[in-house]
Design a protein around this ligand. Structure first.
Ligand SMILES: *[C@@H]1O[C@H](CO)[C@@H](O)[C@H](O)[C@H]1NC(C)=O
Ligand SMILES: *[C@@H]1O[C@H](CO)[C@@H](O)[C@H](O)[C@H]1NC(C)=O
Ligand SMILES: *[C@@H]1O[C@H](CO)[C@@H](O)[C@H](O)[C@H]1NC(C)=O
Ligand SMILES: *[C@@H]1O[C@H](CO)[C@@H](O)[C@H](O)[C@H]1NC(C)=O
Ligand SMILES: *[C@@H]1O[C@H](CO)[C@@H](O)[C@H](O)[C@H]1NC(C)=O
Ligand SMILES: *[C@@H]1O[C@H](CO)[C@@H](O)[C@H](O)[C@H]1NC(C)=O
Ligand SMILES: *[C@@H]1O[C@H](CO)[C@@H](O)[C@H](O)[C@H]1NC(C)=O
Ligand SMILES: *[C@@H]1O[C@H](CO)[C@@H](O)[C@H](O)[C@H]1NC(C)=O
Length: 799
């Protein structure tokens, strides 16, 4: 029976919440803020794929590139459009594109993919232009956006395919781009478009079916004792060459080039002499195939050595709904490239090549190094003067032997549920004067997770639903100075403040939220932004979540409630935190769910109440913070027998409980559904519906049944959208995930194989330790090839 199954899911849900996952290593967001329609939104009819953003604080605008349109939006309120310009494909181009077999209405359009600053007035813009990329110059002046019609070839700067991942970066007047330079998308390059254009070799040892994710610049020449050069770092995933594996395995990489690279004279002419790459390590708790990098953010520090790359990873096999964030310091990546060992290929059989650590002598100057003091002492001032020996070495061995390890040796965040897609990080000054790095991570289903890592403890402050429909977040930008986030999806862009402290109404909730942006202001008795507070009168406890300093909570009036024998009574109790569990006490004895009591996440039902049920009911919220338990009484009800039930009270739970209304009920009416707090968003019921005392003249049993099934169904719906119940709803969730992944028109394409071969059906098949670099112990071949349908043999000699 459906009611029964719904009820069992509800019970399972609560059981999980309270006993299963709190102790596990995966993070539960403390709060869930569902879509509230109070965020500033920008979208226009007929326009889609709001995928490219450029923040221009100097001009007070957010430049937004979409399909065939570019907008200048007020940076303080993106709903306010200041200017727009359209850039459509010509009919001729569209026709050419359709002849080549692409769809006229989807692929043969102009998707704006590139927006880069050139100078104070001018922006460089590129679009896919019906599979024939094109670039132009754009100005924003006198409230108008103008395309200068100084068209330039976009091949290599911008992808042909509107949905292919790519990355680019403007450094001075040089455009660095990582994309495919052909129609088929099969010839990847890392390109610098400048007076002296450079690119990568067309060799699979350099790039093998890569997916480019992110690029950034690090000014390493500043204060460099060895006279080093500035660098451009690139993050991507590609087919592994280092694993001796009979099927395709994808790995995540970081690569870098030197800004001053000019290519070689004879060897590597017009090619990078400084292209080095290494594997990125981010270990998931269970042994698995290497995870795939989806997005990266560089948190810049005054001292570039302390700048940190934050990277989001998702699993390679489509089965596990788990993501991670790992962070890497610039200095650790730099050290690996500057001092690490190289990998080299050796032929083991006629057609088989293995990549192993290179142990012989390395030529001088060191292959792949920028021109530094060592080179200059050898009278080498430019890469053009590098000896052939150095250049040949690097041409054949661009891969480092070791992998880059994450900062703390482990992920900063692990999360089950909807996959993570994009990340930005803000460095926030808290009340204690220290800086905390707050991560904002977009998900596949339109949420933003706001998380911190307190000395190894993962903590998700809250998750906020920013898109009404579960669309993947494809672009995420942060304006730290404005305290605003901009999240783009296929269907629109939303603007969200980095914090909204007013969501916490009590001191306890404010402190337990452990949000570096927020503290309790004792003078105004409000949870307020730290930047607006004087430290003396404010309470914040980030690492401990210690509420001792909060004023003792107002015990709250005891709420009177009428008991009508034979009826079902609902006592609501709203929790402020997903990490908390409800505990009910009746006359100080714990209440358990049984055939009399029914505990659900929003309160307690007393079925078929009898006279003996009169008395005091207390709802305690018990929250685990940093392995300590925090217990507080949310509300106390006094159930009074009312043989002449003229009076029922609609209580408002919480510390400010007041008698809100007194209503006369028809004696036959049994279920009183009192109103919950107005401001509390996370709980699942349709609250506007329940926000009054029902006056229904329906038979007792019918109503009870209706109510129960309604609550059950609502909870079940809530559970489906809620990762906490992943065990119960895993299959439906991953099915949803796949739908997104394979949707061609969606901007985000999660990397990784499409095949859904059951890996976890027998996890032993996947139990390969990809940590470490030397020896790998692979399962027998038969098992491996069963992992992936693709019988791919990676073989350098094919090149
Ligand atoms: C943002 O701009 C829109 C459109 O101009 C306007 O309707 C809205 O009131 C503005 N919101 C705020 C908070 O200023
Ligand atoms: C900005 O760059 C554009 C394109 O290179 C150029 O035409 C313009 O003169 C530059 N403007 C300034 C103020 O430098
Ligand atoms: C390299 O530069 C130094 C000073 O910048 C100069 O003295 C030297 O002659 C140059 N060497 C070559 C080979 O150009
Ligand atoms: C903060 O949250 C409150 C309560 O949900 C809401 O009323 C308010 O509009 C929000 N403020 C901002 C700036 O979003
Ligand atoms: C909480 O803070 C109070 C007052 O500062 C202090 O006495 C107490 O030891 C703290 N408790 C914990 C568990 O840190
Ligand atoms: C409700 O309880 C009374 C006794 O307390 C019992 O006689 C009656 O059958 C119960 N009704 C239902 C619907 O369970
Ligand atoms: C919470 O506190 C109340 C009263 O202080 C106590 O009766 C109850 O047992 C506590 N609950 C838990 C789970 O510790
Ligand atoms: C809640 O109920 C109201 C009134 O029946 C309805 O208009 C609204 O769509 C419902 N909201 C949800 C989320 O179901």
């Amino acid at each position: 029976m459906s009611l029964l199954s719904a009820r069992s899911i509800v019970c399972g849900c609560l059981l999980h919440l309270c006993f299963g996952l709190l102790s596990s290593q995966y993070c539960v967001p403390r709060k869930t803020v569902s879509y509230l329609n109070d965020l500033k939104l920008f979208r226009e009819d007929g326009i889609s794929h709001y995928s490219t953003m450029l923040i221009r604080e100097d001009l007070g605008v957010l430049l937004l590139g979409a399909r065939e349109a570019i907008y200048a939006l007020d940076i303080n309120n993106i709903s306010n459009k200041k200017a727009e310009v359209n850039w459509r494909v010509t009919e001729e181009k569209q026709r050419e594109c359709t002849y080549k077999g692409k769809s006229a209405e989807v692929e043969c359009r102009n998707y704006i993919r590139t927006l880069h600053n050139i100078n104070d007035t001018t922006v460089y813009v590129c679009g896919t232009n019906a599979f024939s990329p094109l670039c132009d110059y754009l100005t924003f002046a006198n409230g108008e956006l103008t395309l200068k019609k100084r068209l330039e070839e976009g091949k290599g700067k911008c992808p042909f395919d509107p949905f292919q991942r790519y990355s680019s970066l403007m450094v001075g007047n040089d455009l660095y781009s990582a994309t495919s330079i052909n129609f088929l998308g099969s010839e990847p390059v890392v390109l610098r478009s400048s007076n002296l254009a450079l690119r990568t070799e067309f060799k699979s040892s350099w790039l093998s079916e890569p997916n480019f994710v992110y690029m950034d610049f690090v000014g390493e020449s500043v204060d460099s004792p060895d006279g080093d050069d500035d660098k451009v770092y690139l993050f991507f995933s590609e087919n592994a060459m280092e694993y001796d594996f009979y099927s395709k395995v994808v790995v995540s990489r970081v690569a870098r080039v030197c800004k001053g690279d000019m290519g070689g004279q004879r060897t590597l002419q017009r090619k990078w002499t400084s292209f080095l790459k290494a594997r990125l390590d981010c270990s998931f708790p269970k042994p698995s195939l290497p995870p795939i990098v989806q997005d990266v953010f560089l948190l810049k520090h005054k001292d570039w050595r302390k700048s940190v790359f934050y990277a989001v990873f998702t699993p390679q096999s489509g089965l596990s709904q788990m993501s991670a964030v790992c962070a890497y310091t610039v200095s650790s990546i730099r050290d690996l490239f500057n001092e690490g060992k190289f990998k080299t290929s050796v032929a083991v059989e006629t057609s088989h090549v293995k990549w192993v650590m290179y142990t012989s002598e390395v030529p001088v100057p060191r292959p792949g190094a920028c021109i530094n003091n060592v080179a200059r002492n050898l009278r080498i001032n430019r890469s053009l003067e590098l000896p052939d020996k150095t250049l040949q070495f690097i041409r054949d061995r661009p891969l480092m032997d070791e992998a880059v390890r994450p900062m703390t040796g482990a992920p900063l965040l692990l999360k089950k549920g909807a996959l993570l897609t994009r990340i930005v990080v803000d460095s926030v000054s808290a009340l204690d004067g220290k800086k905390y790095n707050v991560m904002f991570i977009g998900t596949e289903n339109g949420f933003i997770q706001k998380a911190v890592n307190f000395d190894g403890e993962m903590f998700i402050i809250e998750e906020i639903q920013v898109h009404e429909n579960p669309n993947p977040i494809t672009t995420l930008r942060l304006s730290s100075s404005k305290g605003q986030l901009y999240a783009g999806s296929e269907f629109g862009v939303v603007q969200m403040p980095v914090s909204n402290c007013s969501r916490s109404e009590s001191c306890e909730d404010c402190v337990l939220s452990r949000d570096p942006y927020c503290a309790w202001d004792s003078s105004s008795a409000r949870c307020s932004s730290v930047s607006s507070l004087s430290p003396e009168a404010a309470i914040q406890s980030l690492k401990e979540g210690n509420v001792t300093l909060c004023p003792p909570p107002d015990p709250g009036a005891v709420v009177n409630f009428a008991l009508v024998p034979g009826n079902t009574i609902q006592l609501p109790c709203q929790l402020h935190s997903n990490l908390a569990c409800l505990h009910w006490r009746f006359s100080d004895q714990p209440v358990r769910s049984n055939n009399k009591y029914y505990i659900y996440s929003g309160g307690l039902l007393i079925l078929n109440a009898s006279e003996s049920d009169a008395g005091l009911y207390a709802c305690d919220s018990v929250e685990q913070i940093n392995s300590r338990t925090y217990n507080r009484t949310v509300v106390v009800y006094h159930l009074r027998l009312s043989p002449d039930p003229e009076v029922a009270v609609s209580p408002t739970p919480g510390t400010t409980a007041t008698k809100s209304s007194v209503q006369t009920l028809n004696p036959a009416v049994t279920v009183t559904v009192p109103g919950p707090e107005g401001e509390e968003p996370p709980l699942p019921e349709n609250q506007s519906d329940t926000n009054r005392v029902s006056r229904l003249e329906v038979a007792v049993s019918l109503l009870t049944l209706l109510c129960l099934s309604l609550i059950g169904v609502l909870l079940w719906i809530w559970c489906r959208g809620h990762w906490k119940c992943f065990k119960l709803t895993k299959s439906s969730k991953s099915a949803e995930g796949r739908k997104h992944t394979q949707n061609r028109t969606s901007e985000i394409k999660l990397l990784g194989p499409e095949s859904e071969k059951p890996c976890s059906a027998n996890n032993n098949h996947c139990a390969i330790d990809f940590k470490g670099n030397g020896e790998y112990h692979f399962p027998p071949r038969a098992n491996i090839s069963s992992l992936s349908g693709l019988g791919y043999i990676h073989d350098e000699s094919e090149i």
